[in-house]
Design a protein around this ligand. Structure first.
Ligand SMILES: C[S@@+](CC[C@H](N)C(=O)[O-])C[C@H]1O[C@@H](n2cnc3c(N)ncnc32)[C@H](O)[C@@H]1O
Length: 267
């Protein structure tokens, strides 16, 4: 569904400030062309500007001719930044309130023809054929009850680059080069560097939609297992990846039936 102009959109003569107030609450602080900010007093600071500064150098400055997908686009901060660089962006989110913010914000930059917004679940991407030159999957993974399913679906949408970010457990340890374990070697699975995710039964940070927090080893193993090669850590909890033709995901080879069953796709 494309978000269309609706009754909540900017009226002629209406001030930017009053429209920002009408569209509150904002999660993202977007610096608008007139100098206004959508949420200057957020508990996260000037978010996500400081995050963008961390990884923006990992993305080409000129994205003319590139297609981009932003999953969980929220108010459109990153979609707008990619569109400023010339990309044709599709932003998806489950929350219509955020999509209304994104639609309005992209118009403030005259980028509405470069940013297409859709109310979609990440899992819905299994039912579109398109791939995108660059996919941003940031701040969403830990909100999902089915994170591996989402990762497998997302990885299949990446033509050139994936930018992935998630909340992570503390610690940098990595247990390397273990391809198999014996039935009674389970102590190794408890090592701090073994890939893991902490399950959140109730709430994390006051939010009942936070389900899984992986450790570093877990993030990197999941990215590899979904067919991605990690190019670099592009920022705090942030990875730049590309498809790894030498190590495709099992869901594109011997285990495709499981993905098709989970997504309702035909074999
Ligand atoms: C923590 S915010 C991150 C926003 C933005 N990506 C960023 O990094 O600043 C999570 C966003 O993901 C969206 N979201 C949560 N679950 C989703 C899902 N299953 N599919 C698509 N978007 C989802 C939320 O509505 C919200 O806008």
């Amino acid at each position: 569904m494309v978000i269309s102009d609706g009754p909540g959109n900017q009226q002629e003569g209406e001030s930017i400030q009053s429209r920002i107030a009408e569209l509150a609450p904002w999660f993202q602080n977007i610096h608008l062309p007139d100098g206004s900010q959508t949420s200057p007093d957020t508990y996260l600071g000037d978010f996500p500007s400081y995050k963008w500064l961390e990884f923006s150098n990992s993305i080409p400055v000129n994205l003319d001719g590139w297609t981009a997908l932003e999953i969980g686009c929220n108010a459109g901060f990153y979609s707008i930044e990619l569109a400023k660089r010339g990309a044709q962006v599709t932003g998806i989110d489950i929350n219509p309130h955020y999509l209304t913010q994104a639609e309005w914000a992209s118009r403030q930059f005259n980028l509405e023809n470069h940013v297409t917004l859709k109310q979609m679940q990440v899992y819905d991407l299994a039912h579109i054929d398109d791939k995108f030159d660059i996919v941003l999957f940031m701040g969403v993974f830990y909100h999902l009850r089915y994170p591996l399913l989402a990762m497998d679906i997302v990885a299949q949408k990446v033509q050139r680059n994936l930018i992935f970010q998630t909340a992570m457990l503390p610690g940098e340890d990595i247990v390397n080069n273990i391809y198999d374990l014996g039935l009674y070697q389970r102590d190794t699975l408890c090592a701090s560097g073994w890939p893991k995710m902490a399950f959140v039964e109730h709430m994390f940070s006051g939010d009942p939609t936070n389900w899984w927090i992986p450790n570093r080893a877990g993030v990197e193993a999941i990215l590899r297992s979904s067919g991605m090669r990690i190019i670099e850590r592009a920022g705090v909890e942030t990875y730049l990846c590309e498809p790894d033709p030498d190590r495709p995901s099992c869901v594109s080879t011997w285990n495709s039936c499981e993905l098709f069953a989970a997504t309702g796709q035909r074999v």
